[in-house]
Design a protein around this ligand. Structure first.
Ligand SMILES: CCCCC/C=C/CC(=O)SCCNC(=O)CCNC(=O)[C@H](O)C(C)(C)COP(=O)(O)OP(=O)(O)OC[C@H]1O[C@@H](n2cnc3c(N)ncnc32)[C@H](O)[C@@H]1OP(=O)(O)O
Length: 391
């Protein structure tokens, strides 16, 4: 009788829980829904047809708007702090305050419509699309002056990499490898370069349970890092602010790393019960010596931009006030160099390491798969999600 389920799942200390909640209830209050009930029902049906998972954030918004549209302002007692799933739902609904039912209904319809079009179009962006690639949900991708710029675009989440962003970055890199730009740049929108893996990635558990989740995560991570190992053109990181976790480890696979003096470099893997990825277990000891690599990757020492430069992880540091101007001037000059010569030179420098890097990547992903199932990791994620800890 019309119960569609969208799952929001959050870890619960030593075990992971999945709770499904109804977002679509077809026996609607007909009086309240008169004007656009058809649209509302159509939107509810459309949710079922989404080809890609819209992510927990969108699902929570859908839930809240649905409740507001059908029941009005949040009237439930606030769940306890450890009841993470119900608290997330309550927070989302309660945040709508006294939004009228009609507006909530309209917002629900609009949200479904934008999700349908963005999830459709993000899987249809053709490699080689020039100028501006729209249709990305988590990135801004532009191509001009011989430079493809991939900008991480979740500034309110400090550009944390959610599952959608992993997929979109892979897509953007594949497209950039085939477009007519000479070089590719990765940077972040807002005050952070990236806060690393989105810790809510650990909360959306499939029917196969946490083991399947960890296995899928390892497969995705291996493919994701593989795209950086195989990227054929000069790949440059513009580290505009703090970088955490995987956004730091990947830097060992870039061809140049330019950093603002506001940037910091932090890999708190032990704090999170995790282990290094992005081939950093191999690249970091080579770049900065095994002892310095262990300080970062095992003890979680945070480096300033100047320290990272002294260790060889960063190519050059710029004052934040002139960072954009100075780096773009330099990149535009690089992009005028003969592209085939740059590509061939990169190939000859990097190719003899490729096989080794792929083997390291596979091993790191396999170790991490086990780490993600550990109590140490689950407790760290729960602590972050329940706001008991930050870096
Ligand atoms: C396929 C799977 C592959 C897995 C690969 C594994 C990679 C390993 C890693 O990357 S480990 C690194 C993981 N990252 C972290 O542990 C960082 C966690 N975040 C923080 O500690 C802090 O948010 C901060 C220090 C980055 C910034 O603190 P600040 O006080 O300045 O800002 P807020 O905490 O209020 O953050 C603003 C909102 O952004 C959300 N957010 C930030 N980082 C993450 C993140 N990594 N994951 C999920 N969400 C993040 C934060 O929750 C705030 O959201 P809100 O406004 O909705 O509350």
């Amino acid at each position: 009788m019309g119960w569609e389920q969208i799952e929001i799942s959050l870890p619960n200390c030593s075990s992971l829980q999945v709770i499904s909640f109804p977002v679509v209830q077809l026996h609607l209050n007909r009086t309240a829904m008169r004007a656009s009930q058809k649209d509302f029902e159509n939107a509810m049906n459309q949710v079922k047809l989404l080809k890609k998972d819209p992510g927990n954030e969108a699902k929570l918004k859908l839930y809240a708007l649905y409740k507001q549209a059908t029941e009005g302002p949040c009237n439930m007692p606030k769940p306890g702090v450890f009841d993470l799933i119900n608290k997330a739902k309550w927070d989302a609904w309660n945040a709508l305050g006294s939004l009228p039912k009609e507006t909530a209904r309209q917002n629900y319809v609009d949200l479904v419509s934008s999700l349908s079009s963005s999830l459709e179009s993000s899987s249809q962006v053709e490699p080689g699309t020039d100028r501006k690639s729209t249709g990305y949900e988590t990135l801004m991708v532009t191509s001009e002056d011989g430079i493809t710029k991939i900008m991480l675009n979740r500034p309110t989440k400090k550009n944390a990499l959610n599952v959608e962003m992993y997929h979109e970055i892979m897509h953007a890199l594949k497209a950039a490898s085939k477009d007519d730009s000479a070089i590719t740049v990765l940077t972040g929108n807002g005050d952070y370069y990236s806060s690393g893996n989105d810790l809510t990635n650990f909360t959306d558990i499939p029917p196969g349970g946490v083991e399947e989740k960890a296995k899928n995560g390892a497969i995705l991570l291996r493919e994701f890092v593989g795209c950086f190992i195989d990227f054929p053109k000069p790949l440059i990181a513009m580290v505009n602010g703090p970088a955490v976790g995987i956004s730091v480890t990947l830097l060992g696979l870039f061809d140049a790393v330019y950093a603002s003096d506001r940037a910091t470099f932090h890999t708190p893997f032990s704090h999170l019960g995790q282990s290094p990825e992005g081939c950093s277990s191999y690249t970091f000891p080579k770049i900065m010596s095994p002892a310095k690599a262990i300080e970062m990757l095992v003890f979680g020492k945070k480096l300033t931009a100047g320290e990272a430069c002294a260790q060889g992880l960063v190519t050059e540091v710029f004052p934040d006030s002139t960072f954009q101007k100075e780096v773009w001037t330099r990149l535009k000059a690089f992009a005028k160099l003969p592209p085939n010569a740059m590509r061939i030179s990169k190939e000859i420098i990097r190719n003899r390491e490729k096989e080794k890097l792929h083997a390291v990547n596979a091993e790191e992903c396999s170790v991490l798969q086990g780490r993600w199932l550990s109590d140490e990791c689950m407790n760290a994620v729960v602590n972050f999600l329940s706001r008991k800890s930050k870096l």
